[in-house]
Design a protein around this ligand. Sequence first.
Ligand SMILES: [Zn+2]
Length: 503
Amino acid sequence: MLRKFDYEKMPVVEIVNEILLDASKRGASDIHFDPHADFMKVRIRIDGALIDYTEVPNSIKKNLVTRIKIVSGMNITESRLPQDGAIKATLQDVNLDLRVSSIPTSNGEKIVIRILDYSMSVSGLENLGFSESNYKKVLQMLNVPNGIVLVTGATGSGKSTTVYSMLQRLNREETNIITVEDPIEMDIEGINQIQTNSEIGLNFATSLRSILRQDPNVIMIGEIRDTETAKIAVRASITGHLVLSTIHTNNSLNTIERLLDMDVERYLLASALTGIISQKLARRLCPKCKTARPTNEYEKRLFRKVLHKDVSQIYSAEGCEYCGNGYKGRIAIHEVLLINQEIKDALSEGIVKEKMRELVYTSDVTTLLQDGLEKVAEGATTFEEVLKIIELEDDDRIAGSMDLKSSLDFVDLTNKKEAPTERVERVAKEPSKPIVTPQRTASQTVRPPEKRVETSSASSLGSVKRETSIPPTPPAPPKNDLLERMKFNAAADDDIDDIFSEF
Ligand SMILES: [Zn+2]
């Protein structure tokens, strides 16, 4: 429901304050001020999803933008170029720490305010949703006095929260911790934090060189973005420092590859790398309205294949006054890889990717899909949510080295699928969920993706002959489409074969 302000009477200063306060209290991560031709729409992002908040009439649009630019320290006479600013203030006892960005659009300036919220990291590493075994591995990584620990994931996957929580844990009197960040997202007492400043040439690499002369025990690098930073980070870690950093990749295996792509020498990486924590965020089920339901056949089967156990009951999102849509807050899903000697040896010897995958995923690693499904079984989130955020393609590739490949029997399933046209029609007929967009013709829609064919031929079950026996079919469906259909199919127990044939 849109919030209404009395735009005629209420001063702009108060409107801005109220929007900032209210968004912050609701746990929003961002506030968007989108200029339209006739009004300005304000949206807030809660638990990863943008929702409409209010509409500001054109008459005060300009004043509102100006007010935000003033309090965030921007140049109000400049509206044709992008600007960055920040707001640090206390309003009604709420501490606000905001990053503000403006860009010119054809309808005027668009402002986005990021609300930095550290309440999660303040609550400690043990409250980040790590499973017991993953938590132990993380502690093990932090107990090593030198080496690199990397946290990986997409933007907004909570990497910073995890890194700050680790820093808090390491923050002791006898330890010299120095960070180099862009931006500094949280001030931690007792830690030396450096903000990079590219305008004067203070980037990650130059800061790091100086940091090494400051007798550090622990170094945190906001993000490894380039080769130079990656190399210095690795060198710092093998000269007796514990280095924490983040990198933008999906999982452990991709992280190793990314570092090698950055020209980090294999033998150095092998000796430096201590562990990799990959993470994603799933929306957490609202504790007040989540409703237990029996698992359907498809879900049962997936639990059995992925977790090797029978799960007969999970929870679904309902929605109540407290939460709105059935979810409240988020929970992290992890893959934690502790680099063992075998992986180190393989790394320095220059092993091929397939072999490395085998090594990584046949050790005691819980994959993101496994951890996610565990959290579904525990009632922390929903089956749909986990399937939405974890790329099934990725995970079945991962699964290619595990039991899953034979048990899910991808090859047979892709072979025995029904004619694509029929399925599309049947799915499209479902009235409540328009799963296939009307414009898309049947021939464009359903087929097992190319990758499946590769997977099946690579698996022990597959063979060249098998591969060629798959009839030529049109291009793969877009991922969302597939997921929509999976959700639909998950609800209809009798469609199991169809679902599996989609993989
Ligand atoms: Zn609820």
